[in-house]
Design a protein around this ligand. Structure first.
Ligand SMILES: Nc1nc2c(ncn2[C@@H]2O[C@H](COP(=O)(O)OP(=O)(O)OP(=O)(O)O)[C@@H](O)[C@H]2O)c(=O)[nH]1
Length: 300
């Protein structure tokens, strides 16, 4: 039996969540075209015949803009420490930039076995892929922990099997850390709040997505459905108006789309009750961050 914790690292929007969902063959982490969607660490558990791969989704590493940014950086750096392997993703369309080089430095120093993954080859030109490969090789010059460079498309699935084989080949011998039927290490309430948050990301713009937190307050199994009550926190009254929308249209849409995904997750009918609340500057208040979206574990 081979097993281990594999960190999926890379700057915002390179396709970390898409890759994890593709490897898991189902949607377990949220994906959006807006950077920094991934705010919370989720371990996804992938079982094969002779291996258990625990994929750790790391939030994008970036410059701290305000206090919340610092948390994300801490989590990202922390997340690397106890891993058995790193998948470091780069995006050849956006090219290898200073932010990639900074992450590369952390990974190189960590000395954890690393597979460099050039993603989005379905959409990049061969020249872009070549350019990305040259630059990232430079960043890893003389690195002792570089296993291989693999070019993939997380979106179309191209080369994912090659990547999987390489991961398993380089994992240490180890125990089965989680039971086979567990797909993530997060409680149900968390998975549900993430699905709601994803819809807010898809449907709103500018500062709204990053000013929002979702907390599931109640999950009750009723006779013919599951009743779920969740609160959406925003920072300002004006944001509350946007989330609710004209005649409640936006909140209805968020609720409808989230309900469909939650029903698929639970394999049951769901009644989703959503409330929007203003909590001024929730991002800057440690206690609210820690208590509501469960970052506490990640910081310890
Ligand atoms: N064309 C193409 N697009 C991709 C591929 N992988 C991811 N994307 C797109 O890139 C965008 C970002 O994908 P995510 O998986 O959310 O990226 P992430 O790295 O998890 O982003 P953060 O949460 O910001 O750290 C989405 O619009 C994806 O559909 C790929 O292989 N090809």
């Amino acid at each position: 039996m081979k097993s281990g914790f594999v960190a999926v690292a890379g700057k915002p929007n390179v396709g970390k969540s898409t890759l994890i969902n593709a490897l898991m063959k189902k949607k377990v982490v949220i994906v959006s075209d807006k950077p920094q969607t991934t705010r919370n660490r989720v371990n996804c558990i992938l079982n094969t015949e002779n291996a258990q791969i625990v994929l750790v989704d790391t939030p994008g590493i970036h410059k701290p803009l305000h206090k919340f940014g610092e948390y994300m950086v801490k989590i990202a750096v922390n997340a690397l420490k106890s891993q058995d392997m790193v998948l470091f993703l780069v995006d050849p369309i956006d090219q290898v930039r200073e932010s990639d080089i900074n992450i590369a430095k952390i990974i190189k120093e960590s000395n954890i076995p690393t597979i460099l993954v050039i993603n989005k080859i379905d959409a990049a030109t061969p020249e872009q892929v070549q350019e990305a490969e040259t630059r990232i090789k430079e960043a890893f010059e003389n690195a002792k922990n570089l296993i291989e460079i693999i070019k993939i498309s997380a979106l179309t699935g191209e080369n994912l099997e090659v990547l999987m084989d390489k991961i398993i080949e380089n994992l240490p011998e180890g125990p089965q850390y989680y039971p086979e039927d567990m797909a993530t290490d997060r409680p149900l309430a968390f998975m549900i709040s993430e699905l709601i948050r994803e819809k807010i990301f898809h449907l709103t713009s500018e500062e709204i997505p990053h000013s929002t937190a979702v907390v599931v307050e109640e999950i009750t199994d009723k006779e013919d459905l599951v009743y779920i009550r969740a609160e959406i926190y925003v920072e300002r009254k004006s944001q509350k108006g946007i989330i609710i929308g004209q005649n409640g249209r936006m909140i209805k849409k968020i609720g409808m789309l989230a309900r469909k995904d939650i029903e698929a997750l639970l394999d049951d009918k769901v009644y989703l009750d959503l409330y929007v609340k203003v909590k001024e500057k929730w991002r800057k208040k440690d206690s609210i961050i820690l208590n509501t979206i469960g970052l506490k574990d990640d910081l310890e």
